[in-house]
Write a protein that binds this ligand. Structure first.
Ligand code: NAD
Ligand code: TYD
Length: 358
C-alpha cells in the first residue's frame, strides 16, 4: 500500500481518488482534518476497502511510526501542509509547526521504519514530498521561468516553511540515503479546491452576488495547472523519478490574476447567467488592498519532467477551467458546507480590514 498524508485536502483528495480510479493498491490516508481537510471529498470511497482513513497529526511521530510498522507501505506521499499564503501572513505559527516540524517528524518516523526493512524493500521504498514553486520567490516580467537549479528565495511564511521542508527532505537523502523525491508544482485548480483560494473564491462569490476581490492591480502572474495533471505528474515521479532529485511541475500557462477572473466571469455568464442578464459577473470585480510581500510572477520550466519522465499536462487552461466551473455549479452543496463555521470567521478576518482600493 501507499501512505498518503493530507489526503483529505484539495490536492491530496484528488490524488487518492485518481489513484484508486486507476489501480487497486490500497491507500492509508493520514490527515489531521484541519479546516482544509474535508471527508466529503472522499465520499465516493466510503465503502471502499482499498481506502483506510486515519485521523492524526504528522507532528505525532509515534503514531506515524506505529502505523508504518503496522501497514508496511512501499511509499510515503507527503501532501499534508498548511497551504494558504494569506493565512501564513496572519498566523505563521501553524505553518512552522506543520510544514517544518511536521515534515521533520514524518521524516524521522519514515527513516526509523525504512531502516528496519529488508534490503529489497528498502531499495524499492520511496518518500515523495509534494512542494510548491513558491520556494523560488518571485520573477520579473522578462526573467526565465523557475528551473530545478533556481536558487531558493521564499518570500512568505508559507513559502519559507515549504522551503525549509524541502531542505530537510534533501538532507535525509544525502545524509541517511532515504530514497526521496520532491516535486515543486505551480498553482493548481480544479474540484474540491477550498474557496479561500482565488479560483473557487471567485466562483463562489460571483454566484452569491458578492465582490470578486482583486489584490492590488491584479497583474500578478501565476502558472495554473489542472489538479489531475499534477496528480499524474506525482504518479510518474513515484514510478520513475531519480532518487534525491526534484522535479518542477507546471502547466506552461502563465496568466495575470485579472485575466483568470475575467475568464471565470465569461464562463459563468454563459453557464449561469446573472438575473437580469446581459449584466456580467464582471460588475462584481472589486480592487482591494494588496497582499503584503505579494510575489509578482511565478513561472515554471517543466522541461525536466517532460524530457526525463515523459509527463505533459493533458488539460489546457480553457478545458480545465471550464470543467472546474461546471464542477462548482454542480456541487454547490459542497461549497455551502465548507463555507460554514470556521471559514466564515476567516473571511471576516481577511477581507473586512482591507480598505477598498481605488
Ligand atoms: P490543503 O490546504 O487543501 O490541504 C492540506 C491537507 O493537509 C488538509 O486535508 C489538512 O487537514 C491536512 N493537514 C494539515 N496539517 C496537518 C497535520 N499537521 N497533520 C496531518 N494532516 C494535516 O492543501 P493543498 O492545496 O491540497 O496542498 C497539498 C500540498 O501541495 C501542500 O504540501 C502544498 O504545499 C502543495 N502544493 C499546493 C499547491 C496548490 O496550488 N494548492 C501547489 C503546489 C504545491
Ligand atoms: P491564491 O489562490 O491564494 O494562491 P497563491 O497565493 O498560492 O498563488 O492566490 C492566487 C493569486 O490570486 C495570488 O496572486 C493572490 C491573488 N488573490 C486575489 O487577487 N484575491 C483573492 O481574494 C485571493 C484569495 C487571491
Amino acid at each position: 500500500m501507499i501512505f498518503v498524508t493530507g489526503g483529505a485536502g484539495f490536492i491530496g483528495s484528488n490524488f487518492v481518488l485518481d489513484w484508486l480510479g486507476q489501480c487497486d493498491e490500497p491507500v492509508l490516508n493520514f490527515d489531521k482534518l484541519t479546516y482544509a481537510g474535508n471527508m466529503h471529498n472522499l465520499a465516493a470511497l466510503k465503502d471502499d476497502a482499498r481506502h483506510l482513513f486515519v485521523r492524526g497529526d504528522i507532528c505525532d511521530g509515534e503514531q506515524v511510526l506505529a502505523l508504518l510498522r503496522q501497514h508496511r507501505p512501499r511509499a510515503v506521499l507527503h501532501f499534508a501542509a498548511e497551504s494558504h499564503v494569506d493565512r501564513s501572513i496572519h498566523a505563521p505559527g501553524d505553518f512552522i509547526n506543520t510544514n517544518i516540524n511536521g515534515t521533520f517528524s514524518l521524516l524521522e518516523a519514515t527513516r526509523a521504519y525504512w531502516s528496519e526493512l529488508d534490503a529489497d524493500a528498502k531499495a524499492a521504498f520511496r518518500f515523495l514530498h509534494v512542494s510548491t514553486d513558491e520556494v523560488y520567490g518571485t520573477l520579473g516580467p522578462d526573467d526565465a521561468p523557475f528551473s530545478e537549479t533556481t536558487a531558493y528565495a521564499p518570500n512568505s511564511p508559507y513559502s519559507a516553511s515549504k522551503a525549509a521542508s524541502d531542505h530537510l527532505v534533501r538532507s535525509y537523502h544525502h545524509t541517511y540515503g532515504l530514497p526521496t523525491l520532491t516535486t515543486n508544482c505551480s498553482n493548481n485548480y480544479g474540484p474540491y479546491h477550498f474557496p479561500e483560494k482565488l479560483i473557487p473564491l471567485v466562483i463562489a462569490n460571483a454566484l452569491a452576488g458578492k465582490p470578486l476581490p482583486i489584490y492590488g492591480d491584479g497583474q500578478q502572474v501565476r502558472d495554473w495547472l489542472y489538479v489531475s495533471d499534477h496528480c499524474a505528474a506525482i504518479r510518474r515521479v513515484l514510478d520513475a523519478g531519480r532518487l534525491g532529485e526534484t522535479y518542477n511541475v507546471g502547466g506552461w500557462n502563465e496568466m495575470a490574476n485579472l485575466d483568470v477572473v475575467r475568464a471565470l466571469c465569461t464562463i459563468l455568464d454563459r453557464l449561469a447567467p446573472k438575473a437580469g442578464a446581459p449584466v456580467s459577473y464582471l460588475e462584481q470585480l472589486t480592487y482591494v488592498a494588496d497582499r503584503p510581500g505579494h510575489d509578482r510572477r511565478y513561472a515554471i520550466d517543466a522541461g525536466k519532467i517532460e524530457r526525463e519522465l515523459g509527463w505533459k499536462p493533458a488539460e489546457t487552461f480553457d478545458s480545465g477551467i471550464f470543467k472546474t466551473v461546471q464542477w462548482y455549479l454542480s456541487n454547490q452543496a459542497w461549497v455551502a458546507d465548507v463555507q460554514s463555521g470556521a471559514y466564515a470567521n476567516w473571511v471576516e478576518q481577511n477581507y473586512l480590514n482591507r480598505e477598498a482600493a481605488a
